[in-house]
Design a protein around this ligand. Sequence first.
Ligand code: HEM
Ligand SMILES: [Ca+2]
Ligand SMILES: [Ca+2]
Length: 301
Amino acid sequence: TDFYKSSCPNVSKIVRREVQKALMNEIRMAASLLRLHFHDCFVNGCDGSILLDGGDDGEKSAAPNLNSARGYEVVDTIKSSVESACSGVVSCADILAIAARDSVFLSGGPSWKVLLGRRDGTVSNGTLANEALPSPFDPLDTIISKFTNMGLNLTDVVSLSGAHTIGRARCTLFGNRLFNFSGTGAPDSTLDTDMLSDLQSLCPQNGDGNVTTVLDRNSSDLFDSHYFKNLLSGMGLLSSDQILFSSDEANSTTKPLVQSYSNDSGLFFGDFANSMIKMGNINIKTGTNGEIRKNCRVINS
Ligand code: HEM
Ligand SMILES: [Ca+2]
Ligand SMILES: [Ca+2]
């Protein structure tokens, strides 16, 4: 945690101030920054690879990120502030990890001590992003294995999914549930009927798939345990949210944890913080691996 103690003693204060400014401008940015850290860590580890402007083969152009991941400009702003205080010292990967923690805390969620010293990678691998990142259309066993592939466990799957207590999603990513779910000719039967009719009017068939709605209809800007309460009443937005509670396989895997978190936000907050630390440690580059990028969008020349 004190990796930058002598080389950049104020880095945490600087990042916190910049995240605060960004949230005052747009509260949703908390969700977007948190998601950037997740999408970074699952692809070649937490090495800032998602931040590279990699062209058509890079992570920014991969399906889970294209027209979806956001907050790159905010990361640039944080990075310039940090560079003015201590040039060439703090990695983009560490900036993302601190910004994710601050985003959760400033949205009302738990805090934790961020371990530091990640170095930045030099490749951005779009193919790997397509393979490694979970899709909202994945069945539960696939989602679980994408987490276990990263050294994470069932508790991490459920607690980290609780990140969907903030932020928004586009119609294209849940529209499959609304009219003809999995070729049944009917909507997803696990979706609450009032919420279903709202979503059907927001996201008509052949409508604009980029229209967004909130992931947590109760408190979209507040980091709380309401995401899990929603799942108990059929109000998860994505199929990948609702299956944590409603799929047959959930009975023996994720459902008991969803129930615990829904009525114990202290338990959720503690587990979420632990899981974020674990996620933030995936495949870290240290020592002489990687580099300290000067500009988060391009590798050093
Ligand atoms: C369990 C598997 C997961 C799946 C299938 C999934 C899928 C998605 C999808 C489809 C969206 C909407 C994207 C869009 O509309 O373009 C989204 C948004 C989001 N995800 Fe996840 N996600 C998962 C896990 C996570 C984890 C582990 C985190 C962080 C720890 C996270 C944080 C977020 C946040 C905060 C948003 C809202 C972003 C914003 O409003 O800009 N998700 N996710
Ligand atoms: Ca990465
Ligand atoms: Ca919430």
